[in-house]
Design a protein around this ligand. Structure first.
Ligand SMILES: Cc1cc2nc3c(=O)[nH]c(=O)nc-3n(C[C@H](O)[C@H](O)[C@H](O)COP(=O)(O)OP(=O)(O)OC[C@H]3O[C@@H](n4cnc5c(N)ncnc54)[C@H](O)[C@@H]3O)c2cc1C
Ligand SMILES: *[C@@H]1O[C@H](CO)[C@@H](O)[C@H](O)[C@H]1NC(C)=O
Ligand SMILES: *[C@@H]1O[C@H](CO)[C@@H](O)[C@H](O)[C@H]1NC(C)=O
Ligand SMILES: *[C@@H]1O[C@H](CO)[C@@H](O)[C@H](O)[C@H]1NC(C)=O
Ligand SMILES: *[C@@H]1O[C@H](CO)[C@@H](O)[C@H](O)[C@H]1NC(C)=O
Ligand SMILES: *[C@@H]1O[C@H](CO)[C@@H](O)[C@H](O)[C@H]1NC(C)=O
Ligand SMILES: *[C@@H]1O[C@H](CO)[C@@H](O)[C@H](O)[C@H]1NC(C)=O
Ligand SMILES: *[C@@H]1O[C@H](CO)[C@@H](O)[C@H](O)[C@H]1NC(C)=O
Ligand SMILES: *[C@@H]1O[C@H](CO)[C@@H](O)[C@H](O)[C@H]1NC(C)=O
Ligand SMILES: *[C@@H]1O[C@H](CO)[C@@H](O)[C@H](O)[C@H]1NC(C)=O
Ligand SMILES: *[C@@H]1O[C@H](CO)[C@@H](O)[C@H](O)[C@H]1NC(C)=O
Ligand SMILES: *[C@@H]1O[C@H](CO)[C@@H](O)[C@H](O)[C@H]1NC(C)=O
Length: 618
C-alpha cells in the first residue's frame, strides 16, 4: 500500500494519519517553525520523556527531531537499527562487534529486551562522589522519587505464580499512577518451571543473598519486571508512555530528520542544523502528494531554540553531534577541520558497556526435576516471557578467595597505565576517581560485578557489570558525517578478563563443586562442554574469553559524563555542557559510570530529573 511507504523520508503510515496518536507529528518537516523554546535532539528514550515534560504545561514550545520514523516497535531485521560496527578489539583477537542502537521513534526503548532494573545504591552514590561537589542530588536517596515518578508498577506477579516461584517484590519502589501516559514495570505472568531447581540451588549457595528484589538497590537472586503494559502486555516504552495520545499544539515531532550539528552564536547554542534522512532525489516516485518535502536545495535548515538545545541522541550519537559542532577534544576537531568552540576532551571518552561471556554448558545425566507448571491458571498467565529471575553478584561472592587481591591489584595500578599515550590529563584524573570508587566496590558484596539471567538450565550468558576499561566514540576523520568510530577498548585493562574468569570459576563451582546441589545431575564423565576441559588455568580461561567474550550488550554509557571538567566531565550537575550556554545532554551519555543493571529505567529517571532542572532554570 502506497500509504505505508515513506514519502521523502517523512513518515506517512496510513493508520497514523487518521490516528490521534500522531497529533504532534508533522507530516512535513518544512512545517516546523523556525524557532521553539526547546529543541530536543533524538526522539528516543530520554528525548521523548524530556519533550513530554517540557511541553506538558503548555508554557513552552518544544520540537523533537528524530532520525528514525514512527513505526511499530520491536526489532525487525535491521530496518529500525543503526548499522554500526566497532573497530577490531585488539584484546579480543581483533574481533569486531555490532553496536546496536534503535533508530525509530522511541529509540532503543522501542527495540530493547525489556528487562527493567535499577542499579544498586553504590552505583548512584558513586555518581554523587564523581560530581566533585559535596551536595550532589544525583545519589541513591535523592533519585528514588524520580524512579517512582518515571516508572509505574503495572502489576506485580499473579499471587499463585508468586507462590509457585517464591517471587517477592517491593511495590514501594514504583509509582502508582495508572495514567496511560506512563511507563510501566510489569512482572511476567509466567516463567519456565525449569528455573525452580536453579532458584533452590542458588538460594542455598554460599554468598548468594536473597533481597526482596533488586529495586531496593541490593544484589542477589531476585525477580525482574519487564517494561510492559500490564493489560495488553505490549511493550511499554517512551513512545507509548510519553508520546502517543499527547494532544499539544506546542509540541512537534519531526522524523526521518537528522540533526547534523548544534549552531552557536559565539558560545551560546542558538539552534540546530537539520537535514533530511533521505534526500528527495533519492526517493523518486515516493514524493508525490501530501507530506512532500518541499526540498530547499540539499534540504538543510536551521531551527532555533530560544531557551535550550537538549541532546538526547544516545551515548553513540550525542558525542558525535557535539564533536561535529566543535565541542570536543581540540586535537580531534582540528584533524577533522572543525572550528573549535570549546576544547572538551571528555566528549566521546569514558565509553562503558556491559560485556558478556557465553554461558557454561555441561552434559546432564538427567535434568534436575522441577514441578509442572500450574495449568489451572488462565492461559495468558502461563505464557513464558523468558528469564525473569536474575542473579547479581558482588566480587566477594564471585571470588571469595581472590576479591581482596584483585581489589589491591586494581588500586595499585597507575590510572594512566592502560590509556593510550597522550590521553588528556583530565581524562586520567577522572579515571583515577572512578578507580578509587571501583576498588572499594570490589570489596563490597553489594556492588554488582556479574549479572546472569536465569530461564532454566543452562543459565543465560553472565555479564560483567562494571568493566574497568574505558572506550571511545570519535568522528570518522575521512567522513565525519558517517557513523562515528566506536572502540570499546575492552580488556585494555587486563583485570577485566581476570574478573570474568573468576565468574566462570564461580559457575563451575556452583554446578560441580563441593557445595553444589546440582552436581548429582551433571554427567561428570562427559563433563563440561563450554568452555570445556581444555580451559582450566587463568591463562587458558583468558584465552577462551579473548575468543568468545562480547564487549557490549548495547548499553553504551558515559561519553558525555556528568563529572567536573577537570575530571574529564562534559556536563555539570544541571547537565549543561561546560564552556557554552543553553546546551544540555540528557541520555546515557551523562552516566559518569555505568550502572550495574540494565540501563533504560535509569535513563527514564534521569530524564525526569533533567526535565525538572531544565524547568527550574527556564
Ligand atoms: C538491542 C538492545 C537491547 C537492549 N536491552 C535492554 C533491556 O533489556 N533492558 C534495558 O533496560 N535496556 C536495554 N537496552 C538499553 C536501553 O534500551 C538504552 O540504554 C536506552 O534506551 C538508551 O536511551 P537513550 O535515551 O540514551 O538513547 P536512545 O533511546 O537510543 O535514543 C537516541 C535517539 O536519538 C536518535 N538520534 C541519534 N542521532 C540522531 C541525530 N543526529 N539526529 C536525530 N536523531 C538522532 C536515535 O535515532 C534514537 O531514537 C537495550 C538496547 C538495545 C539496543
Ligand atoms: C541499516 O540497514 C538496514 C538494511 O540492512 C536499513 O534498512 C536501515 O535503514 C539501516 N539503518 C540506518 C539507520 O541507516
Ligand atoms: C590485531 O591487529 C593488530 C593490528 O593490525 C596486530 O598488530 C595484532 O597482531 C592483531 N592481533 C591478533 C591477536 O591477531
Ligand atoms: C561543602 O563544600 C563547601 C565549599 O565547597 C563548604 O563550605 C561546606 O562546608 C561543605 N559542606 C559539607 C557538609 O561538607
Ligand atoms: C550545592 O551547592 C551549590 C553551591 O553552594 C549551590 O549552588 C547548589 O544549588 C547546591 N546544590 C544542591 C543540589 O543543593
Ligand atoms: C520458597 O521458600 C521457602 C522458604 O522460604 C522454601 O521452603 C521453598 O522451598 C521455596 N519454594 C521454591 C519453589 O523455591
Ligand atoms: C499521572 O501521570 C500523568 C501523566 O504523566 C500526569 O499528568 C498526572 O499528573 C499524574 N498524576 C499524579 C497524581 O501524579
Ligand atoms: C498492542 O499491540 C498491538 C500490536 O502492535 C496493537 O494492535 C494493539 O493496539 C496494542 N494494544 C494496546 C492496548 O496498545
Ligand atoms: C553433550 O551435550 C551436547 C550439547 O547438548 C550434545 O551436543 C552432545 O551430544 C552431548 N554429548 C553426549 C555424549 O551426550
Ligand atoms: C555419562 O555419559 C556416558 C557416555 O554417554 C555414559 O556412559 C554414562 O553412563 C553417563 N553417566 C551417568 C552417571 O549417567
Ligand atoms: C494453581 O492455580 C489455581 C488457580 O489460580 C490455584 O487455585 C491453585 O492454588 C494453584 N496451585 C498451585 C499448586 O499453585
Ligand atoms: C570512515 O568512513 C569511510 C567513508 O565512509 C569508510 O570507508 C571507513 O570504513 C570509515 N572508517 C571506519 C573506521 O569506520
Amino acid at each position: 500500500m502506497a500509504r505505508t511507504r515513506l514519502l521523502f523520508g517523512l513518515l506517512v503510515v496510513s493508520h497514523c494519519l487518521a490516528s490521534p496518536h500522531s497529533y504532534s507529528l508533522l507530516q512535513d518537516r518544512d512545517d516546523a517553525h523556525d524557532v521553539y523554546d526547546y529543541v530536543v535532539v533524538g526522539g528516543g528514550t530520554a528525548g521523548l520523556t524530556v519533550a513530554d515534560r517540557l511541553s506538558e504545561s503548555g508554557r513552552y514550545t518544544v520540537l523533537a527531531v528524530e532520525y528514525g520514523i514512527l513505526e511499530p516497535d520491536g526489532r525487525r531485521g535491521r530496518t529500525n537499527m543503526y548499522n554500526i560496527t566497532s573497530v577490531p578489539q585488539v584484546n579480543l583477537n581483533n574481533r569486531t562487534f555490532p553496536v546496536d542502537v534503535g533508530c525509530i521513534v522511541g529509540g532503543s526503548s522501542a527495540v530493547n529486551a525489556q528487562a527493567f532494573q535499577r542499579g544498586t545504591k553504590r552505583d548512584y552514590n558513586n555518581w554523587a562522589e564523581l560530581s566533585g561537589v559535596n551536595n550532589s542530588s544525583w545519589n541513591w536517596d535523592d533519585l528514588q522519587p524520580y524512579f517512582r515518578k518515571a516508572i509505574q508498577l503495572g502489576s506485580g506477579p499473579h499471587p499463585d505464580i508468586a507462590r509457585f516461584y517464591n517471587m517477592t517484590y517491593n511495590p514501594g519502589s514504583y509509582g502508582t499512577n495508572t495514567s496511560k501516559h506512563s511507563i510501566f514495570a510489569t512482572f511476567s505472568r509466567g516463567h519456565s518451571p525449569a528455573v525452580i531447581p536453579l532458584y533452590q540451588s542458588l538460594r542455598e549457595y554460599p554468598g548468594v543473598n536473597i533481597p526482596i528484589d533488586h529495586s531496593v538497590g541490593a544484589v542477589g537472586l531476585a525477580w525482574t519486571p519487564r517494561s510492559m503494559d500490564p493489560i495488553s502486555l505490549n511493550r511499554s516504552y517512551s513512545r507509548t508512555g510519553h508520546y502517543d495520545g499527547l494532544d499539544r499544539d506546542n509540541y512537534h515531532l519531526i522524523t526521518a530528520t537528522r540533526v547534523e550539528r548544534v549552531v552557536f552564536k559565539g558560545k551560546t547554542a542558538d539552534g540546530v542544523e537539520i537535514s533530511p534522512r533521505w534526500p528527495a532525489e533519492d526517493h523518486e516516485g515516493k514524493g508525490k502528494g501530501k507530506g512532500r518535502n518541499k526540498g530547499k536545495g540539499n534540504g538543510k535548515r536551521i531551527i532555533k531554540a530560544r531557551k535550550e538545545v537538549i541532546l538526547s541522541a544516545g551515548a553513540i550519537h550525542t558525542p558525535q553531534i557535539l564533536q561535529l559542532s566543535g565541542v570536543g577534544p581540540a586535537p580531534l576537531l582540528k584533524k577533522a577541520k572543525i572550528p573549535v568552540i570549546v576544547d572538551l576532551p571528555g566528549v566521546g571518552a569514558n565509553l562503558q558497556d556491559h560485556a558478556y561471556q557465553p554461558a557454561l554448558q555441561f552434559n546432564w545425566t538427567s535434568p534436575p526435576p522441577h514441578p509442572e507448571v500450574n495449568t489451572t491458571l488462565p492461559p495468558a498467565e502461563t505464557f513464558v516471557f523468558g528469564p525473569g529471575l536474575n542473579l547479581m553478584m558482588g566480587l566477594p561472592g564471585i571470588s571469595p578467595a581472590r576479591y581482596q587481591s584483585l581489589a589491591a591489584s586494581y588500586l595499585a595500578q597507575s590510572p594512566d597505565q592502560f590509556f593510550p599515550p597522550g590521553t588528556h590529563p583530565t581524562i586520567i584524573a577522572g579515571y583515577a576517581q572512578q578507580q578509587r570508587l571501583y576498588a572499594a566496590g570490589m570489596l563490597d558484596k553489594d556492588f554488582a560485578f556479574s549479572a546472569t539471567g536465569m530461564g532454566g538450565i543452562p543459565v543465560a550468558a553472565p555479564q560483567l557489570m562494571h568493566g574497568l576499561s574505558r572506550g571511545t566514540v570519535t568522528l570518522n576523520l575521512t567522513s565525519p558525517l558517517s557513523e562515528p568510530i566506536v572502540d570499546y577498548r575492552f580488556a585494555s585493562n587486563p583485570l577485566d578478563l581476570e574478573i570474568v574468569a573468576e565468574n566462570i570459576k564461580f559457575f563451575r563451582r556452583f554446578y560441580t563443586g563441593p557445595d553444589s546441589t546440582l552436581k548429582q545431575y551433571v554427567n561428570l564423565t562427559l563433563g563440561e562442554i563450554q568452555p570445556g576441559p581444555g580451559y582450566k588455568s587463568d591463562e587458558e580461561l583468558k584465552e577462551w574469553l579473548r575468543a568468545n567474550l562480547v564487549p557490549s550488550v548495547f548499553h553504551p554509557s558515559g561519553t558525555a559524563a556528568k563529572m567536573p571538567r577537570e575530571w574529564g566531565g562534559v556536563v555539570g550537575e544541571g547537565l549543561e555542557v561546560y564552556g557554552v550556554k543553553r546546551l544540555s545532554v540528557v541520555d546515557t551519555s551523562i552516566f559518569p559510570t555505568i550502572v550495574g543493571s540494565t540501563t533504560s529505567m535509569t535513563v527514564y529517571a534521569a530524564a525526569e530529573k533533567a526535565a525538572d532542572l531544565i524547568k527550574e532554570r527556564a
